[in-house]
Design a protein around this ligand. Sequence first.
Ligand code: HT7
Ligand code: ZN
Length: 876
Amino acid sequence: PAAIYRKDYTPPSHWISTVEMGFDLDPSATRVATRIVFERNHAGSDRTLTLYGDEVELVQLRMNGKALAKRAYQLEQGVLRIPSAPDDVVLEIETLIRPDRNTSLMGLYVSNGNFFTQCEAEGFRKITYFPDRPDVMAKYKVMLRADKRKYPVLLSNGNLIEQGDLGDGRHYALWEDPFKKPSYLFALVAGNLICQEEQIKLQSGRKALLQVWVEEGNLDKTQHAMASLINSIRWDEKRFGLELDLDRFMIVAVGDFNMGAMENKGLNIFNTKYVLANPRIATDVDYANIEAVVGHEYFHNWTGNRVTCRDWFQLSLKEGLTVFRDQEFSADMIGTDSGRAVKRIDDVRVLRQAQFPEDAGPMAHPVRPDSFVEISNFYTVTIYEKGAEVVRMYQTLFGRDGFRKGMDLYFERHDGQAVTCDDFRAAMADANGRDLAQFERWYDQAGTPRVSVTTRYDAGAHTYEMTLVQSGASTAGQEEKRPFLIPVSVGLLDGKGRDMPLSLGDAEEQPTTVVLELKARSQTFLFRNVMEKPVPSILRNFSAPVVLEYDYTDAELAFLMAHDSDAFNRWEAGQRLAMRRLLALTALSQSGDALQVDAALAESFSATLNDGELDPAFRETALNLPAETVVAEQMDVIDPQAIHAARRFLRQSLAKSLRPSLLNAYRDNAVNGPYSPDAASAGKRALRNLSLSYLGELDDEEIHALMQKQYDNANNMTDRMTALAALANSRAAGRAAALARFYSDFEQEPLVIDKWFSLQAMARTTDVAAVRKLMKHPAFSLKNPNRARSLIFSFCNGNPFRFHAIDGSGYEFWAEQVLALDALNPQVAARLARSLDRWRKYAPALREKMHAALKRVADSSRLSKDVKEVITKSLA
Ligand code: HT7
Ligand code: ZN
């Protein structure tokens, strides 16, 4: 399949003023009548009207009132072209589709007997022929007709204008969206659903109706999503002055969904995973994720819907910005400084665990890609998470107020438009009176930059020199990287661990943190009046998405871990220390030498664990060792077995030496009373459960009893799941019984059964044979993305020790599943196809077997373009 290039963008030949659609909903034969009013775009390059269709049967096509003769248009490979179209065109199109056979979950499909749509990025063309591109915006009026008994609820975007009976057991609903939107924001839902609703008063005094729609039986799980929606609305009013522009805002939950959720105008459609929660079924992390995703989709109403993307290369314009907004929202909802830091750490963890490897692998692409084959493959951690870091850097450079000014100008200039990342950057630059030309490179250049720092203290002159050198590794198609503008936030600690007041340049103020702007490849900054040799705290709060290299001694890291006022760097110091030990242990494991660890790390960890001044949530995150996949990225040649052995050994050693403290932390952090997912309670549970998980490494009877007791007495899913995971990874006698009991207790809760599969898929004892056995379980289905992710993805991505079995059985399994999934759902298959991205970095014996598995997939004659793009790039 051919690639599409950003440089080839041309404006559309025609704009659209209105779209009217009529749906006769039937699972096996849905008729869609569409009337589109076009007007010529005089800036367009030619007069050829171009519409796209995908697996739709074209029943009728009329132009300006007359049936269009076959010779008046061309229909080739899903592209319908009407050459020399008049300036004013009214097209009437009738299509026929089969939602019940739609397993791709794009366009109109059926899930558990109800109808749902997913149109981003290019799903609308699976409903009708249309100029399905984001810069063509239009007002929609939509008539839905369906059997009233089976589909009592009929929803679409905007306002409900009219509804009634049709007299033949069918009924109708007419919806009108007052706002112009691109086709990717179109949505309809029809089915047997019920809702929780609330009326709220907006900042301006206007009223809005909020609804959360779910299947019957789930109404006891909508409270948290509703509360999160209200909090999101309030937050956007307060932080950005942005108000809900509709009278009605709906969220609908669906069990079959390719991603997390979708921001369709006024009718957000969500994966059930990000809506349904109550203490019985949801963990603290689920509660936090629901809040973040509800916020994310709501925030898209302005950053994505009111101002949208000109073309899909600009995807990060809405996604990076909206992730940044949801990160800030979640941090503000926690409220405390320490809570904010833990949230920041969690976000950076995701970036390092998923985005850094992507940026160093065969799918590396800039935040604004230059080309793609299949746009669905570009909903990546680079577009989302690195994109959010790029947006965050504006805030780091200009402060919250400067950032807000930039946002205000962006909306003032572009409300109702489809624009580019350049437009966003221009608004930030102009609002703050800055030239941000160099900043464009963050959008254009792939790869994670490295910043190497050296320092020199002059005791006589009381000066401290800090030299920063940036470099970027080459990525596919980009050999040489030009220097970025990198904000590097820095503090200096004195011998007692206090922040020094900083004198830099001619500035009179003496802040304790400064943001150095690194623009050249190499730059030296001079701090004056530095009365003693400091310990530098560099890249505070992770001020830029870079790898920082500084030659800290172990003692300096332990010092920063104990004293840095910047909580992020305090955590970072501990991670660096732990990473050093893990890499050394991995090397020992590879050479067959006895594994040993010195007492220093245990001492630092013990100090953190026992420091009652520190928030439990922070202590938990500080004591969590870098993940095996993060360690892997630090190695030239990845050896998953050695990494696993090293990490396990370190966890066991820490558990042995910290046993009494871990038991104390376990006891002291019990949360009594009814369950609440608030950050303080969740933090205590997190530390308590981390303690249990460390203690679990000891695998002795006393600890088995502790796990079992926690499992038996848990009043919430966080504690229950942690106890079950600990049991599943142990030799405890109650292991099998607990797994069986969990299943029978939650058989009726699909989201909990997903957890049950996932926990087993990631257990140390689960090999490929065990996964194959679990696939035969009656509750398993490849068709449901959540279920496929819970077992297959969890194994391939979350159990590196077993997935990378030296006999290559994991890779054979992977190839089989990619092919099986591809026949059902190419998008989900393409995600799984990414699991072998980094094959070239592995030890030769594994690498060859991975290559064979990749070839096996590549050689299949029926690959979707989604999977083909991933595999082709991996093998290139
Ligand atoms: N903007 C939404 C993207 C999305 C999507 C993309 C491809 C295929 C299915 C999809 N479902 C949702 C999600 C978001 O970022 O809010
Ligand atoms: Zn989004």
